[in-house]
Design a protein around this ligand. Structure first.
Ligand code: NAD
Ligand code: ZN
Length: 287
């Protein structure tokens, strides 16, 4: 069975650990090879896997942005514990649901506007500069990967983006400033100027169809990579959470970096239950 060590603790399955140590050892001193130098074997293991990979996909969730001050969904005090998500069908069917959705949007906007990329985002940006096969597949809607310098065409947003809005019928794009002004003035809900369709933030809600092009690109990147690095996701929201499993089944090395256990820790080559910014920053050599 492939999985974590017999104690069920985080870390490499034994063969993978040995392999990564071997990779880490290449070109290093005998002491290094015996593992006598280096205060943090987990960081070395992660660094070795990154070094040994040619095409890395970094798959991110809300956890990578908590160090930027944006709460995640499922941690204590996270968004989940305060707001029940508004289902897409309710958004379409009910004016009151749309009003509540925009109310929340503008209540949380100052937090998002103030957020800046953290060490984790910077490390991911550095990984993206390693070669043409590298990509970020993100469930986040905050735009912080791009703000950290990852080119737009390397960021695949599975759940859309909350920094602008679109018409649900004709896909016309709308900026938020005029919508905000009208909504805060008298509760006016945005309607498409071109087709009178419902306008919504460009995010994917529960119950809403996944974006086909992004799903296809994410799948292609997942099948093409040799290292799949899952960062800050509880891996419970599907179909996004299926990508790490697909990568592993396709032969890529799978790393899970998350403060708490996930449901697929057992199939990963390396599991790190640690803080994202310092772990990824140290492994990649980015401050
Ligand atoms: P999640 O809240 O379900 O899981 C986040 C995980 O990250 C948790 O398991 C938590 O333990 C871990 N974590 C948080 N901070 C960490 C840190 N500093 N170091 C290590 N681990 C840390 O998030 P999810 O899996 O992305 O799913 C939630 C959904 O909510 C996603 O679909 C996403 O679209 C949306 N969302 C996005 C944002 C954002 O854009 N920043 C924020 C909240 C929710
Ligand atoms: Zn329209």
């Amino acid at each position: 069975m492939v999985g974590p060590d017999a104690s069920g603790c985080k870390g490499f399955a034994a063969p993978a650990r040995a392999a990564a140590r071997g990779l880490a050892a290449a070109g290093q001193s005998p002491d290094h090879r015996r593992g006598m130098i280096g205060p943090d074997p987990e960081i070395e293991d992660l660094g070795a896997l990154i070094e040994a990979s040619a095409r890395v996909v970094v798959f991110t969730g809300a956890g990578i942005s908590t160090e930027s001050g944006i709460p995640d969904f499922r941690s204590p005090g996270g968004i989940w514990t305060r707001y029940k998500p508004i289902d897409f069908r309710d958004f379409i069917a009910s004016e009151e649901a749309r009003r509540e959705s925009w109310r929340r949007k503008f209540a949380t906007e100052p937090t998002l506007d103030a957020a800046e990329p953290n060490r984790g985002h910077r490390a991911v940006a550095t990984l993206m500069s390693r070669g043409p096969g590298a990509a970020v597949v993100t469930q986040n809607i905050d735009g912080l990967h791009q703000a950290a310098g990852v080119p737009d065409d390397r960021v695949i947003e599975l759940h859309g983006n909350t920094t602008y809005a679109v018409c649900l019928d004709c896909r016309a794009r709308y900026e938020l400033a005029p919508i905000r002004e009208a909504f805060l003035a008298d509760g006016t809900l945005p309607v498409c100027a071109a087709c009178a369709g419902i306008v919504k933030t460009a995010t994917i809600s529960f119950g809403q169809a996944m974006p086909e092009a992004e799903m296809a690109r994410a799948r292609a990147a997942t099948l093409d990579c040799d290292l799949f690095l899952t960062v800050g996701s509880s891996l419970v929201v599907y179909p996004a959470a299926g990508f790490p499993v697909l990568a592993k089944e396709n032969g890529a090395r799978l790393v899970i970096l998350n403060r708490e256990p996930t449901g697929i820790d057992a199939i990963a080559d390396l599991v790190l239950h640690r803080e994202i910014g310092d772990t990824l920053g140290a492994a990649v050599g980015v401050n």
